[in-house]
Structures are given as structure tokens and as C-alpha cells.
Design a protein around this ligand. Structure first.
Ligand code: RTP
Ligand code: MG
Length: 137
């Protein structure tokens, strides 16, 4: 089942020089392809659209401040079961709970600064791809 997902390499990943390492892990999965890529600093409106489901939660304001604190790298990735697959490669939200071998497990310690976002369902992927890559067919 070929799918398309939206991945963000968060500002901590960019600041720490982990962009190549993380993209490399994604690219090495059999048959997965990076079909679009852009580095940019996210504005408040984009972040509110992207993380709107968390508005009102205690971590929302610091999350948005963190996500606007420097450039992110936004990627479109295509491939076999890529939505579930990039989530599995990333590991759970809390990097300390994430297994070694996963991106968050290998590089993270802080819940907020957990390096990577990946769409969590087909519905989220469609919604998020429209926010970050509106011109994509
Ligand atoms: P994401 O949406 O970024 O892919 O991460 P996720 O699905 O694994 O986690 P989610 O629950 O959607 O939370 C979104 C992001 O908010 C930050 N967060 N901080 N308790 C906290 O301080 C807290 N909880 C979540 C993380 O950056 C998380 O990835
Ligand atoms: Mg999420």
C-alpha cells in the first residue's frame, strides 16, 4: 500500500546538525522516496493549523514557541506503509521511552525537543500535506 506522509525535522534537529542523519534513515528504507523538501521558519498561523488539535493543552504554547525558534525541514515522503513506518522509525513522543535504534531513542532526551514530526494517520497526512505543500498534486 503506497502512501504519502508529511515529515518535519524540528528546530532541534536542524540546530544539532542531524538533518542528514535523519533523512538518511528515511531514504534507506526500501522503496521510500523523498519527493519534496524545504527548509523554512514556521509562522504562528502555520503552527496553529498544524498543531491545532493541542490548543488549550499546557504544552501547546511552549511547543509553538519551540517550533518557531528556528528553521525546520519539511519533507514529503512516499512509499510502502510510510505513514505508520515513519512513526515507527521515530519512536514514541517521549525520547526516554523510545527504544535505541529509533530516531527519538537515539538522539533525544526532552519530550518537547523530540527531533521529528510525522503524520499519524492517512487523514492527518492529507490535512498536513495541504498546509506545508499546498501545490502538490
Ligand atoms: P508530533 O505530533 O510532533 O509528530 O508528535 P507526537 O504525535 O508523537 O506527539 P503529540 O502528542 O502529537 O505532541 C506533539 C508534540 O508536542 C510536544 N509535546 N510536549 N508534555 C509535554 O511537554 C509535551 N507533550 C507533547 C512534543 O514535541 C510532541 O512531539
Ligand atoms: Mg502528533
Amino acid at each position: 500500500m503506497t502512501q504519502r506522509t508529511l515529515v518535519l525535522l524540528k528546530p532541534d534537529a536542524v540546530r544539532r546538525g542531524l538533518v542528514g542523519e535523519i533523512i538518511g534513515r528515511i531514504e534507506r528504507k526500501a522503496g521510500w522516496t523523498v519527493s519534496a523538501l524545504e527548509m523554512r521558519t514556521l509562522d504562528q498561523d502555520t503552527l496553529e493549523q498544524h498543531y491545532g488539535e493541542h490548543k488549550g493543552k499546557p504544552f501547546y504554547e511552549p511547543l509553538v514557541a519551540f517550533m518557531a525558534s528556528g528553521p525546520v525541514v519539511a519533507l514529503v515522503v512516499d512509499g510502502e506503509r510510510v505513514i505508520e513506518g515513519v512513526r515507527a522509525l521515530s519512536g514514541p513522543t517521549d525520547p526516554i521511552a523510545a527504544a535505541p535504534g529509533s530516531i527519538r531513542g537515539d538522539f533525544g532526551t526532552i519530550v518537547r525537543e523530540n527531533l521529528i514530526h510525522a503524520s499519524d494517520s492517512e487523514e492527518s497526512a492529507i490535512r498536513e500535506l495541504k498546509i506545508f505543500f499546498p501545490g502538490l498534486s
